[in-house]
Write a protein that binds this ligand. Structure first.
Ligand SMILES: [Zn+2]
Length: 421
């Protein structure tokens, strides 16, 4: 039996925006991943776990009863779903949303349980809708149920784990996950996200680096805000090596769960970053080394279908122990703003974790952040339900993506030809 698990259910494709067929969180995201995994013979190498909906008991570990009831009501109890959707920031509902959201959460729990029970070593939950923006009582950011938070709560409460590391490399800050564990030292929440001093969604002050947890959870919440677009492989490797790995080596997690959003990938119109699928393979390998392989990836965002499917492929192949594909050539310099943020984080966390700390520069941008947050916080219902933010990606970027994914496919073809002999 393969030691790498995968879990999914095709009913998750029935959740779609019926009044805007160009919506970025579309069923094609899921379909393209599955197609590429089949076409490359990757799916066959994985152990397919049985899918299921999350139980009410599991959902209520993170969400309120009224939140769950509102979700279930949208199956047949709401006349105008577009009007209903406008009460929430960036979500749409159809009659299948409730089942898809429960399947996404249930598949995430199944995966994490299988890793804890050592039925598999590692694996991926290929799920949608995403989850990390859903809070105790609110839908938002395409999220309805917080898949990763529910799975982590089950691991804590039903299996007695005491040290879980959640790595959130989706380009958006997972405020729902942060809030679920903000005072809980049994979970380190580590998020890398586009921030631009709160100009980027979800425009929250709490997404900045100085939100490090509260009470017993102080020092266990780590935010890495990216204040410029165009960050690439070297920036992400820098964050892993400078901050994540030192913390993880001291924390010694019993399990690592990843909010694996690939909207930080090269070619993604929302993220506008440049992380390659090859780099995600490397990041996966780094996490496998930290956790002696106990690693569960849960899909979040990713809106360039080509980038998304290839990032999923590269991640799974790494879980399957394929050798790492070489990193494509990119700019080698880590940005100065990121280096500054790294330093500030290390100083803020110095009572909790040991780092090789360099001298601190005093924070200067807090005022600008407060202004940006105040500006965006005036947004309230009704929220727009059409024409989602969708800036065009340059031809040069798409050409780079084409080259990078082609190299990746050739590389894995070669690996396959060796392993099939
Ligand atoms: Zn995202």
């Amino acid at each position: 039996m393969s030691k790498t698990g995968i879990v999914y259910h095709e009913d998750m494709m029935k959740h779609e925006c019926e009044w805007d067929t160009t919506h970025p969180e579309c069923p094609g995201r899921f379909q393209s991943c599955l197609d590429l995994l089949k076409e490359s013979n990757t799916l066959k190498k994985c152990h397919v776990l049985p899918s299921r909906e999350a139980t009410n008991e599991e959902i209520l570990k993170v969400h309120s009863q009224s939140h769950l009831q509102l979700l279930e009501n949208t199956q047949d109890g709401v006349d105008n779903l577009e009007e209903f959707s406008s009460h929430y920031d960036s979500v749409y509902f159809n009659a299948h949303t409730s089942r898809a959201a429960k399947l996404a959460a249930g598949c995430s729990v199944t995966l994490v349980e299988a890793v804890i029970q050592e039925k598999i070593k590692n694996g991926i939950a290929l799920v949608r809708p995403p989850g990390h923006h859903a809070t105790h009582n609110e839908f938002g950011g395409y999220s309805f149920l917080n898949n990763i938070a529910i799975a982590a709560k089950v691991a804590l409460e039903s299996y007695g784990l005491t040290r879980i590391l959640i790595v959130d490399w989706d380009i958006h800050h997972g405020q729902g996950t942060q809030r679920a564990f903000y005072e809980d030292p049994r979970v380190v929440y580590f998020s890398i996200h586009r921030y631009e001093n709160a100009k980027f969604w979800p425009h929250l002050r709490e997404s900045n680096y100085d939100y490090i947890g509260k009470g017993e959870g102080t020092g266990f919440n780590i935010n890495i805000p990216l204040n410029s677009v165009g960050c690439g492989d070297m920036d992400y490797i820098h964050i892993f090596e400078e901050i994540l790995e030192p913390i993880a080596k001291q924390y010694i997690p019993e399990l690592i769960i990843v909010s694996a959003g690939f909207d930080s990938a090269l070619g993604d119109p929302k993220g506008q970053m440049q992380v390659t699928p090859q780099c995600f393979a490397l990041l996966c390998q780094k996490l496998m080394k930290i956790s002696e392989n106990k690693l569960a990836l849960i899909l979040e965002g990713g809106y360039c279908i080509k980038a998304l499917s290839h990032c999923v492929l590269a991640s799974i192949n790494t879980l399957l122990n394929f050798p790492l594909p070489p990193l494509p050539e990119q700019k080698q310099n880590v940005s100065q703003t990121l280096k500054d943020v790294s330093k500030r984080i290390k100083v803020l966390l110095k009572d909790n974790w040991k780092f090789d700390v360099s001298p601190l520069k005093s924070p200067t941008e807090i005022e600008e952040i407060e202004l940006n947050v105040a500006k965006h916080c005036q947004d309230g219902p009704p929220f727009p339900t059409r024409d989602d933010y969708w800036p065009p990606v340059s031809e040069t970027t798409m050409k780079m993506l084409e080259e990078v994914t082609e190299k990746l496919r050739q590389y894995y073809k070669l690996c396959n030809s060796y392993t099939n002999e």
